[in-house]
Write a protein that binds this ligand. Structure first.
Ligand code: M6R
Length: 611
């Protein structure tokens, strides 16, 4: 939900900012803009459209300054337009601001500022910020650098909502101030230069040393120094962290799209997720979760809370926790959980799953669970992300950067990690140890089996060519296969814009079967030996009504269907890691056939940092 980038150093800022914006474009692509400090003051160039359009916008070539801020927008308040693009300036044009987040009380603040004769050009919530900074700057009793900081700290005290802000002022041509609350922001430290970004991969090619700001902390940045302050402007110390990710991990590596690369990376990402956490004949190692038998025996419910694909990983692993740990599991959408007064207390364990670690609803849900006395575990892919700083315990998926908006490798890594957590708990509880050991063996074999699945994509590509013009597609499955159907359906709709729905196979005939007519495609996942006959019967019900069928299975089927993709056998419990892959590939090729932007589907953003 919007990406922000900043640079202060000795080099020209513009190419560095544009480079960062290209990498952050997955966070929003409605408009882009940059501001630099030139000899004659602040200069802003912005435009509706993508970063590429910004690169061709009038005035961009004149930016030569060595300090600047940039923004790529996912529109919330005000349609995509040049005027609504960031950076925004105050009326005196002495302050320029880029913002990721939402100012919930912007209407009141606008009225307040209007009563002091401020004028507004845009429809955005953000434009109140530079004007408030100007207002407080004018009335500040502080001097020097503290006056700049004081104006921003007073402004932040007025803001309700979420924000990561970068602020430039023509009166402080050698400094930049950044602050965050509930929106991500990292600072990369270089030699006589510093970088700012919404995420680490965007600036990983420039530095590997990062400072992570906590909520309500400020950084006053110069070329060769960074001073940190808390919300009351007391100086604080911050440790610099060295990130070991390889910069190449955030590149396409010869693939046409990040999504295709990330689908193909799954054998590797699963190997990384497994790491040394499980091995044959030895106990599962998860030192980051320090929970003992007494505590685990005391809990009577586990919640898995997440959004979108991460929530689907929760659905896929609910049977593993219930089967191995014998504790009831509820899976909930974070946006529902946080507003429905869920029944939780100190006997509830809440697991929050989020690739980015920045999803606003998931973070709010975690805070709610904590306030009710539950212990909280975050499953995230992004080191140091916001949720990891709130949770009691964090375990990382280690899937590597996921850039495509449609989540693929993060989903399979989340399932594997959740399965490992379930096994870890069952081993502590000394329950179902034989099943645990079988499942561990199956998990260890997943990377090789994934390689096999990825070798057989031709038939899927051909089927995509047959159905890419369709308007509706149905996904069905029973039990764990239904959870995969849900994920397959989400993948298809988000990158191909084809309407699709997922149904439990047996549920279709209770209404939705009315929509099945000649030529409609039904995709089915079928991996549970116990349910094959029932699932085949459900499929025949749609075949009789003229449906085209695409089946993903590891079972022998005694019927002909239009396309059958056979995947390697594995335990049903962990089968989603394999069965989802043909569905990811199907969605990918349908999107390609339609000529769409696979990595950046319309209306979406990679991390949803607004509720
Ligand atoms: O970063 P998170 O895992 O918290 O993101 C949650 C969802 O926004 C995300 O999974 C979304 O559904 C994906 N675009 C689906 O491909």
């Amino acid at each position: 939900m919007c990406g922000i980038v900043g640079y202060i150093g000795k080099k020209e800022a513009k190419p560095i900012l544009i480079n960062g914006l290209f990498r952050l474009e997955y966070r929003g692509y409605d408009s882009a803009g940059i501001a630099t400090i030139e000899n004659n003051g602040l200069k802003v160039v912005k435009n509706k459209g993508r970063v590429n359009d910004l690169n061709n916008t009038k005035g961009i070539d004149s930016l030569k300054g060595t300090i600047g801020i940039g923004h790529t927008r996912w529109a919330t308040h005000g349609k995509p337009s040049s005027t609504n693009s960031h950076p925004h300036m105050d009326n005196s044009e002495n302050f320029a601001v880029v913002h990721n987040g939402i100012i919930e009380n912007y209407a009141d603040l606008k009225e307040f500022l209007k009563s002091h004769k401020y004028k507004f050009l845009s429809e955005t919530d953000t434009e109140v910020i530079p004007n408030l900074i100007h207002f407080y700057f004018e009335s500040s009793k502080k001097t020097g650098n503290m006056r700049f900081l004081d104006a921003i700290a007073n402004t932040c005290k007025m803001l309700k909502g979420s924000y990561a802000l970068e602020i430039l002022s023509s009166m402080y041509p050698d400094n930049m101030i950044v602050v965050r609350k509930d929106s991500p922001l990292v600072i990369g430290k270089g030699v006589e230069e510093n970088y700012i970004s919404s995420d680490i991969p965007a600036i990983l090619s420039f530095t590997k040393d990062f400072y992570l700001l906590n909520d309500n902390e400020f950084a006053f940045i110069s070329r060769d120094s960074i001073d940190f302050y808390d919300s009351e402007l007391n100086k604080i110390d911050k440790e610099c962290q060295n990130i070991t990710w390889n910069a190449g991990a955030a590149e396409k590596d010869g693939y046409a799209d990040f999504m295709l690369k990330e689908i193909n990376e799954q054998p590797k990402s699963i190997r990384e997720t497994i790491g040394s956490r499980i091995s044959k004949n030895s106990k599962t190692l998860l030192p980051d979760i320090d929970l003992d038998k007494k505590y685990l025996n005391s809990i009577n419910k586990i919640f898995i809370v997440a959004c979108g694909t991460a929530m689907h990983a929760g659905y896929a692993t609910k049977p593993i926790f219930e089967g191995l740990c014998e504790i009831p599991v509820e899976v909930d959408a974070a946006s529902e959980f946080r507003y429905r007064n869920p029944l939780i207390n100190e006997k509830t364990l809440c697991i929050f799953v989020t690739q980015s670690g920045e999803t606003a609803d998931t973070i709010a849900a975690l805070k709610l669970a904590k306030s009710k006395g539950a212990k909280t575990i975050a499953i995230s892919n992004v080191i140091g992300s916001s949720i990891t700083r709130e949770a009691d315990y964090t375990v990382y998926t280690h899937a590597g950067p996921e850039i495509a908006v449609a989540s693929t490798k993060a989903y399979t890594s989340q399932i594997v990690l959740l399965a490992i957590v379930a096994i870890y708990f069952a081993e502590i509880l000394e329950k179902n140890l034989e099943k645990c050991s079988e499942l561990k063996n199956d998990i260890l074999l997943l990377p090789t089996k994934l390689e096999e699945v990825l070798k057989n994509t031709d038939k899927i590509k051909e089927f995509a060519k047959k159905i890419y013009k369709e308007k509706d597609v149905f996904f069905i499955g029973r039990g764990i296969d239904y959870s995969v159907a849900q994920e397959g359906s989400l993948k298809l709709k988000e990158i191909s814009y084809i309407h699709s729905e997922a149904y439990p196979s047996g549920e279709l005939k209770h209404g939705a079967i009315a929509l099945i007519e000649n030529g409609v495609t039904v995709v089915s996942v079928l991996t549970n030996r116990m349910l094959v006959e029932k699932s085949v019967s459900n499929l025949l019900e749609v075949v009789t009504r003229g449906a085209k069928t695409f089946i993903v299975t590891n079972q022998e089927l005694n019927h002909d269907f239009d396309e059958v993709i056979t995947i390697p056998k594995t335990s049903t419990l962990i089968s989603p890691v394999l069965s989802v892959v043909p569905l990811q590939i199907l969605a990918y090729y349908i999107s390609k056939e339609k000529g769409l932007d696979v990595d950046k589907p319309r209306n979406l953003a990679k991390s949803v940092t607004v509720e």
